[in-house]
Design a protein. Structure first.
Length: 521
């Protein structure tokens, strides 16, 4: 790989090896990154209740094979991509839990490899590899150790960036336009996995066109190119939209993907607490960006005109990630996962600093490694025990009598093959005040309709510390439980956000057996 002739004011690196030697080097780097990824993430393999959204993606992906249609039979506002992705995971066999985690690990490894490739443009081999390792560590720091959507779509955005960095400003070299088209298609796929990827995809497109204008490309040429690339980026979304229109469900798709985004409203107090937590967890990532830019630009960060082209690109990319993190509110830590990609590339520059670089990497990596190897191991062991106890407590007739999870891990729908009484199967939809006006129907009406179907078993959480409860729905459920249900099990509910809670299994009174009563007693 050839290093471009940018004005690198700090370091000069030797050319990368070519041919068979280069292939061997990159195979070795790939193996190292894969080993690190499995080492960091493997402790959670097979843990079904790691994360929240991920459980719902698997449920919907599984039910799609039985004919369920996202937004119609199972509601959510996520794009179509995660559900299609997890439906594909179900082809790998098993229950899909460990299969999805392995696939996510491969995605993370591939993204780390691209990070290393991009970092190698301006850093020596060892710091570049440390940049790839930093990506894997950064995922752990921001709740990306499982199957959250950025673990998947970061690969597409990183791949797009890698393709674009090797194009000429005027896109006038052989294959430049093809690279740009493929990059925009990758960005479009990323947007169909998480809508906020449009900020990164938008930055990539604007950067391309800005360079064309700066290279004095004629107006017709850059305008036509910009229009073509925008269309390419929209193709995956247009395909899904047209598909839903063709089967008569465009209104459901439109409401879930567009309108509901503006109807969700969280309380400011909990949102600010999450923002503070996200800022604290992101601080080491932001420090990497600062040190990397400082090193990359030869300590001339106050003079933009002297910035190398890659530094401008990475700074803009990181800014787009920050905008995407903050754009939709909520401020959950995993929203900042896209920021880890440009930060890790810049981290290679920071780790190349004389004397302090390796020490900086050791300090950055210490706690995430301890967390992954010790704390995650302990938590996963406990959570597996909770899952086994809960599965044993949930009656097997939920396949016929149905299960309703008002609060608690929705993975139990999937693991017990339970029939559903509502299309709002993700527990936040009905228990959260933030969702009350964003479902397309009244949340209380939706809950009453679910209870009217008389589910045989209901899961709820006692002592819930959820910060945005739907008090109306809480009261409706409590009244129905008092009248028609009896608690048959009370189990520890470990949750990485709320601490110790109790998961209560409620059984419909007319289905209750003496054995179930004795178990609870």
């Amino acid at each position: 790989m050839t290093v471009q002739n940018f004005d690198w004011p700090v370091m000069r690196i030797a050319p990368s090896p070519r041919g068979a030697s280069a292939r061997g080097e990159w195979l070795a780097i790939t193996a190292v990154l894969l080993i690190v990824a499995v080492f960091l993430r493997g402790w959670e393999f097979g843990n079904p209740i790691k994360g929240l959204d991920e459980q719902y993606y698997l449920l919907v992906g599984d039910r799609m094979w039985a004919g369920a249609l996202p937004y119609v039979d199972l509601w959510d506002r996520k794009p179509f991509g995660p559900f299609a992705l997890f439906a594909g995971v179900r082809l790998l066999g098993g229950d899909g839990v460990v299969q999805a985690q392995v696939v996510a690990t491969l995605f993370a490894t591939a993204t780390a490899l691209i990070v290393t490739h991009i970092a190698r443009r301006s850093a020596a081999r060892t710091p570049a590899i440390l940049g790839g390792v930093t990506y894997l560590i950064g995922l752990q720091m921001l709740w990306g150790g499982n199957t959250q959507t950025p673990v998947f779509y970061n690969l597409f955005i990183a791949g797009a960036a890698w393709l674009l960095l090797d194009t000429a400003p005027a896109l006038d070299r052989r294959h430049d336009l093809v690279r740009a088209i493929v990059a925009m298609l990758l960005a479009g796929l990323a947007i169909q996995i998480k809508t906020t990827a449009l900020f990164e995809g938008g930055f990539l497109g604007l950067w391309l066109i800005g360079r064309m204008i700066g290279a004095r490309s004629p107006f017709p040429r850059w305008f036509i190119t910009a229009s073509l690339l925008a269309l390419i980026a929209l193709l995956p979304t247009l395909a899904v939209m047209i598909g839903y229109g063709a089967i008569g469900h465009f209104p459901e798709w439109w409401f879930a993907n567009v309108q509901s985004q503006f109807l969700k409203h969280g309380a400011p107090g909990p949102a600010l607490l999450r923002l503070r937590e996200t800022a604290a967890l992101s601080a080491p990532i932001l420090m990497l960006i600062g040190f990397g830019l400082w090193q990359m630009t030869g300590r001339t960060i106050n003079r933009l005109s002297r910035w190398p082209a890659d530094a401008v690109f990475l700074a803009g990319w990181a800014t787009a990630c920050v905008v995407g993190t903050l754009a939709i509110g909520g401020y959950w830590a995993h929203y900042a996962l896209p920021l880890v990609v440009p930060a890790s590339i810049l981290g290679a520059q920071a780790f190349a600093m004389p004397r302090w670089g390796r020490l900086g990497f050791a300090l950055f990596a210490f706690y995430p490694i301890v967390d992954a190897t010790a704390l995650d191991y302990i938590a996963s062991k406990d959570e597996r025990a909770h899952v086994a106890a809960t599965l044993a407590a949930i009656p097997d007739d939920v396949t016929r009598r149905c299960l309703f999870i008002y609060q608690g891990p929705v993975i139990y729908y999937h693991l017990k093959h339970a029939c559903l009484v509502t299309r709002f199967a993700f527990s936040d939809h009905l228990r959260s005040a933030a969702e009350a006006d964003a479902l397309g129907e009244n949340a209380a009406t939706a809950l009453r309709a679910a209870l009217a179907r008389r589910p045989g078993t209901i899961l709820d959480v006692a002592g819930s510390t959820w910060k945005e409860p739907n008090l109306t729905n809480d009261a409706i459920l409590a009244a129905d439980l008092r009248r028609h249900y009896t608690a048959i099990a009370r189990l520890p509910q470990e949750h990485y956000l709320t601490g110790r809670e109790w998961l209560v299994v409620w059984r419909r009174n007319d289905l209750l057996t003496p054995g179930e009563l004795r178990k609870f007693g």
